[in-house]
Design a protein around this ligand. Structure first.
Ligand code: PMP
Length: 282
């Protein structure tokens, strides 16, 4: 398979990454995961635009334009004959002797990207998954899609150790999001989710789902809910690029609603699937 690094498409064994790369030392960089359906990028512009926003928030100068990076993603898909899976793309502040402050003089950012095969999680999307509540100990700039993922790594591991698929993170008793997903609840037909703020990543799938709610006339309240309220929801689901719309069946072993994929969740899953072709064309 081909990888993109330093402006070139290369095979894995030819890749050279500096030990001084700030991504390696500090997680000093940003990234994106773009889903590929039938060889086409899904919501590519939204993802690349978020990559630039994340970079700007950490004062990282992007060495390519948005169009160029979409071109890189497309070329990787073509070279690797990828049908279903995703493109991973990351940008670090480059390689320089290890000092916390930005390199002086500045060094070029390092852009790497590759493709990964993977199919839609159809079984889990139908049967739903278990999640574990985990305290949200992450930093206060969760709006940045930063390579610093230790808080998410530890949360996901804690969930996995408990036999769960995802962690439902809570800060001061309030549900923020999942370790790599956005959390939603449904109560009396109303969809609830944490508002966009520094405490969550504004998921592209979250945006798509809110748009679908609008089109389906499903009322939405972008208002945070507590963990205690989460247990009382009729339905809970989470969204992400790879998980799409994922029903949550239990939290900490406690059944949510009737213990099956909920009505609203299923409706949104169907609408999401219908939307894939049009959101692949850009
Ligand atoms: N929150 C966090 C913390 C994430 O890492 C992700 C995955 N990128 C999401 C939410 C979902 O975002 P998206 O729908 O853009 O994949």
């Amino acid at each position: 398979a081909y990888y993109f690094i330093d402006g070139q498409f290369t095979k894995q064994d030819e890749i050279k990454i500096s030990i001084d790369d700030r991504g390696y030392y500090f997680g000093d960089g940003v990234y994106e995961v773009i889903k590929v359906y039938g060889g086409e990028l899904f919501t590519a512009e939204e993802h690349i635009s978020r990559l630039f926003t994340s970079a700007a928030k950490i004062n990282l100068a992007m060495p390519y334009s948005e169009e160029q990076l979409i071109g890189v993603a497309r070329e990787l898909i073509e070279r690797n004959n990828l049908l279903d899976g995703h493109v991973y793309m990351q940008v670090t502040r480059g390689a320089a002797a290890r000092q916390h402050h930005f390199p002086v003089p500045a060094v070029p950012a390092v852009v790497t990207a590759y493709t990964m095969e993977g199919s839609r999680p159809k079984e889990n999307m139908k049967n739903g998954v278990a999640v574990k509540s985990v305290e949200d100990i992450r930093w206060l700039r969760c709006d940045i899609k930063s390579l610093n993922l230790l808080g998410s790594v530890l949360a996901k591991e804690e969930a996995k150790a408990a036999g769960c698929e995802e962690a439902i993170l809570h800060r001061d008793g309030i549900v923020t999001e999942g370790s790599s997903t956005n959390m939603f609840g449904v109560k009396d037909g109303v969809v609830r989710t944490h508002p966009v703020s520094n405490l969550i990543l504004e998921g592209i799938t979250r945006q798509v789902v809110l748009q679908l709610c609008d089109e389906l006339n499903i009322p939405v309240e972008e208002k945070a809910f507590t963990l205690a309220e989460a247990f009382q929801m009729d339905e809970v689901f989470y969204t992400s690029t790879t998980a799409e719309v994922m029903p949550v069946i239990t939290i900490d072993g406690q059944t949510i609603g009737d213990g099956q994929r909920g009505e609203v969740t299923e409706k949104l899953q169907k609408a999401f699937a219908t939307k894939i072709p049009s959101l692949c064309k850009q």
